[in-house]
Design a protein around this ligand. Structure first.
Ligand SMILES: [Mg+2]
Length: 199
């Protein structure tokens, strides 16, 4: 069976660093010239780090392109995706990054030799994932995970500072890294083959 894999970029293909000192926490602290601390388990940077609206807007305008440009790829992401591609699976990247960062994102993917078939910029991922017949989605955003699961799409939720409080469900499994993602994809394929044989 060949899978259509939905894959998020930030926090999935990028390494956002340790939970207690993430790339976001570091960059916001350096931009504001004060040490911000994680206050809430949320993807929303303003709430997560207790910023004012102006601080958030300033950070996004002045620093976000650098954060994207300087992102460190997650360990084993490129090699895993290359293996999956060679096995015939389709790699569909769906990111909530603004479309104005498309060239930057394409360059980053090329520089880091991360293979993929398609790249979309979309906040509301579940409807697009359904249109693209995605079999399994890898994301770190708990809200995305919930809406994808509600649409019947199983999710591998990558552990991040903003989803620690999330309780997994039958359709949403937690993973820590790409070697665990590989194992879960193998398990998913094995279960699919088994159910195919039994039915
Ligand atoms: Mg993400």
């Amino acid at each position: 069976m060949k899978l259509n894999l939905g894959i998020d970029i930030d926090g999935v293909l990028t390494d956002e660093g340790p939970h207690t000192d993430s790339v976001w926490q570091k960059n916001i602290s350096s931009y504001l010239d004060r040490k911000v601390e994680l206050q809430e388990f949320t993807y929303n940077l303003q709430q997560a780090f207790g910023l004012t609206e102006d601080e958030l807007i300033g950070f996004i305008e002045k620093k976000l392109p650098d954060v994207y440009k300087n992102a460190v790829p997650a360990a084993e992401a490129a090699s895993t995706l290359l293996n999956l591609k060679e096995q015939g699976h389709k790699l569909i990247l769906i990111t909530a990054r603004d479309k104005k960062f498309r060239h930057l994102t394409e360059n980053w993917l090329a520089e880091n030799k991360i293979p993929y078939h398609e790249l979309y910029h979309e906040h509301d991922k579940a409807p697009l994932a359904l249109t693209k017949n995605i079999d399994l989605f890898i994301d770190d955003n708990k809200e995305n995970a919930l809406s994808l699961a509600a649409a019947g799409i199983p999710v591998l939720l990558v552990n991040q500072y903003h989803n620690f409080d999330f309780k997994t469900t039958a359709k949403i499994k937690r993973v820590n890294n790409w070697s665990e993602i590989t194992k879960q994809i193998e398990l998913f394929l094995a279960e699919y083959t088994m159910s195919g044989k039994l039915s």
